[in-house]
Design a protein around this ligand. Structure first.
Ligand SMILES: Cc1cc2nc3c(=O)[nH]c(=O)nc-3n(C[C@H](O)[C@H](O)[C@H](O)COP(=O)(O)OP(=O)(O)OC[C@H]3O[C@@H](n4cnc5c(N)ncnc54)[C@H](O)[C@@H]3O)c2cc1C
Length: 417
């Protein structure tokens, strides 16, 4: 639905360009169709980056919003290349005023800047090497795309155009200019507008993850089980916001995170976070919640992907009208977190069963083992998954081969880029 809406708005810009420049030639028409579509794409990308709450349901979660945002970036790169290399013929319209000439230069420099930043955003790993462009570098440079959008808006408003300022195309593009610029300004203010303050009161360095518990100072976040938030710690080296599932949510506003030390930030967090530290949290985001699923569900967690299930299992009361069988796959039992919660809920509730799959002891989890150990037939149920994508792909493929293809597969992506 979200994708259809966005591409419709983009294509409409391209179509509006046709009557506006029909008195010119085909090259000019294609060039201005491409630039109009690129401009609308850029404005929408800025809007998406502002994380408006109603956009998530349209795409099925913020992770999907960001994956689509990336597709828009790739389209912008293609479209601006078309606009740049198909030089429009302005039929004798010369760049007379100083403002026109400034707008032309703005367009040129914005093109160079955008091309460089978009390539940097799209290419995650440098080809033929295993070198990954560090996320913080990507994040830092990505911010400048908003400034370049302002430059492009200036270019499109003040460049001499082969159509009138009152033409529908001009009005349409100006509306998207306003949307994009306001969204960019809002994005820059997000840290002040949307975050809540918390204080850490417990830190446990478990084998599988660092467990952080924090209580709100003032207003608490509004979060549903299965959702995630952006966390940053007001401490040197830990200020960069990172997304983490809120693995525990208490009625008094206390939140818990389980964070696996996988990279620079998560390792530094493990080493340096301490009781009394202040957190800034923004959220809750995401649509990963079993309540909107079918009556029969299999939950499959791989490693640290257990965190959304931890919050969801803790909130089960037994009267959901849903039968749930959960499999938690770990490399080694010592890595498992929240076992006491899952086991206690399984003992207490008639609609929830739980199995720990310890790969060190039970071997690699495959579809046959999952189906054999499950109280619910996977072919008759939804599969809710969070964990490494290769595990999901192998299980879904295996279930299909066994003739037990789940009715629906819902999964949370632990990556935005
Ligand atoms: C919706 C969601 C929920 C998540 N929930 C959990 C959880 O409950 N527990 C847990 O341990 N992990 C969770 N993660 C993963 C966690 O965000 C990353 O492991 C962490 O940000 C990696 O940072 P790093 O610097 O330690 O690792 P790096 O090795 O530097 O980064 C590894 C990868 O993590 C991503 N990443 C890095 N920095 C950021 C950032 N600032 N913002 C967004 N992504 C970034 C990039 O894709 C990068 O390639 C979740 C991720 C998402 C998207």
């Amino acid at each position: 639905m979200g994708a259809f809406l966005v591409w419709s708005l983009v294509v409409f810009a391209g179509l509006l360009a046709v009557p506006a420049v029909s008195h010119t030639n085909a090259t000019t028409t294609f060039s201005l169709m491409a630039s109009s579509m690129a401009f609308v794409c850029m404005a929408i990308a800025q809007f998406m980056a502002a994380r408006p709450p109603f956009i998530e349901p349209l795409f099925g979660g913020l992770d999907r919003v960001y994956h689509f945002h990336r597709k828009i970036g790739i389209s912008v790169l293609g479209l601006i290349l078309v606009h740049y290399f198909l030089t429009p013929d302005f039929k004798g319209l010369s760049l007379t005023s100083g403002l026109n000439q400034l707008a032309a230069s703005a367009g040129k420099y914005a093109f160079y800047g955008l091309s460089a930043l978009l390539v940097l955003s799209i290419v995650k790993i440098i080809p033929k090497t295993k070198i990954e462009i560090p996320y913080h570098l990507w994040r830092y440079t990505h911010r400048f795309i908003g400034l370049l959008f302002v430059l492009v808006a200036f270019h499109q408003m003040f460049i001499k155009r082969p159509y009138d300022g009152t033409a529908l195309l001009a009005v349409y593009l100006n509306a998207f200019a306003a949307l994009g610029i306001l969204s960019y300004a809002y994005t820059q203010l997000l840290p002040w507008l949307r975050t809540r303050s918390y204080e850490v009161f417990e830190v446990t360095r478990h084998d599988g993850a660092t467990i952080i518990s924090a209580r709100p100072i003032g207003r608490a976040l509004k979060v549903k089980p299965g959702q995630f938030g952006f966390l940053r710690v007001l401490k040197n080296g830990l200020r960069e916001p990172h997304p983490f599932t809120i693995a525990g949510i208490e009625a008094d506003g206390v939140v818990r995170f389980a964070i696996k030390p996988l990279g620079d930030y998560t390792r530094a967090l493990r080493e340096n976070i301490a009781i009394g530290d202040r957190l800034k949290l923004e959220g809750g985001y995401g649509q990963f919640n079993h309540r909107r699923g079918a009556k029969k569900q299999i939950w499959l967690a791989g490693g640290i992907g257990v965190t959304p299930f931890l919050a969801m299992a803790r909130h089960l009361r037994g009267d959901e009208g849903q039968d749930i069988h959960m499999v938690y796959c770990v490399r080694d039992r010592n890595e498992a977190i929240g076992l006491e919660t899952f086991e206690a809920q399984a003992a207490k509730l008639g609609n929830f069963s739980f199995v720990l799959h310890d790969s060190a002891k039970d071997g690699r989890l495959d579809a046959a083992k999952l189906a054999a150990g499950s109280a619910i037939d996977p072919g008759d149920a939804d599969l809710w998954f969070c964990g490494p994508p290769p595990l999901r792909e192998a299980i879904v493929k295996g279930l299909k081969e066994l003739g037990k293809k789940p009715r629906r597969v819902e999964f949370e992506q632990f990556q935005f880029r």
